[in-house]
Write a protein that binds this ligand. Structure first.
Ligand code: MGP
Length: 241
């Protein structure tokens, strides 16, 4: 199994876990050996206890998410190149994973990251994607391109935070996942939604994405059905913001 997307950031992530655990152990040990008895009811001692609990308690996300990695291999079918990497359901676990893997800009050409809600496969064929589509950010490579105003890593992180933070209000249910494609002439970031006919949701999601990412270029929404039959590099699109 290839692990080339894993980065040296893992050391930093592991280090910060040890620090937190260390703090917590100190408080737990004090309680065990009775050294806090004198301070019972003391607001300072109470604050320390609360802080210890806060350090150990994870902050749950609304949904559980799965990270998939795609590495092209001409000997294999498309879906055989998809590797399920990890899943997370807490803010802390998201950051541990994010800091552990390579930035999208360091992936090889042809590779993708996919982050989808647990239970949804990152492919058109999944029941939740079948009738869906995607908001597509195209980041053409090369000097002077206006779409490079936000580098792919910055944009990808913003998009991920929108997803796991359920930034789309009632329409968050429409979200299936997000994909970043690293390609020769461009990078692409897409947010997949489950109903390509639900214009109100699509527009709300598109406007929120545009506002949250702060991009100054147009993005288009295309139904997966249209993406699958496109002949050139651009598919027919139904919405633009
Ligand atoms: P791509 O990786 O989404 O875009 O699709 P890329 O590489 O930029 O190519 P372009 O066609 O957009 O210019 C590349 C190819 O991967 C598709 O033409 C399909 O053959 C295959 N593929 C991509 N996706 C997302 C799927 C999918 O969900 N299901 C299946 N069966 N094949 C897919």
């Amino acid at each position: 199994m290839s692990i080339c997307f894993l980065s040296s950031y893992s050391i930093m992530a592991a280090g910060s876990e040890i620090t937190e655990q260390g703090d917590t152990n100190a408080v737990v040990n004090m309680e065990k050996d009775g050294s806090t008895d004198d301070n019972a009811g003391d607001p300072a001692s109470l604050n320390a206890d609360i802080k210890a609990v806060q350090l150990t308690q994870k902050h749950p996300l609304q949904n559980e998410w799965v990270l998939w990695y795609f590495k092209p291999d001409k000997q294999k079918k498309w879906d055989e190149c998809l590797l399920k990497v990890s899943q997370f359901q807490a803010v802390e676990d998201f950051w541990a994973l994010y800091n552990h893997i390579e930035l999208a800009s360091n992936l090889g050409v042809g590779c993708d990251y996919n982050i989808f809600k647990n239970g949804i496969q990152p492919m058109w064929e999944d029941d939740r994607n079948k009738k869906g589509g995607r908001w597509l950010f195209v980041l053409a490579k090369g000097k002077g391109n206006p779409n490079q105003s936000k580098a792919v890593d910055e944009l990808w992180l913003e998009v991920l935070l929108c997803l796991i933070g359920e930034a789309f209000g009632e329409d968050s249910d429409q979200i299936c996942g997000a994909v970043v494609n690293v390609r020769n002439k461009m990078d692409k970031i897409a947010v997949w939604t489950s109903d390509s006919k639900n214009s109100a949701s699509i527009l709300n999601i598109g406007r929120t994405l545009k506002q949250r990412t702060g991009i100054n270029f147009q993005i288009n929404y295309e139904a997966h059905a249209d993406t699958q039959v496109k002949t050139g590099s651009v598919a027919k699109h139904s919405h633009t913001v």
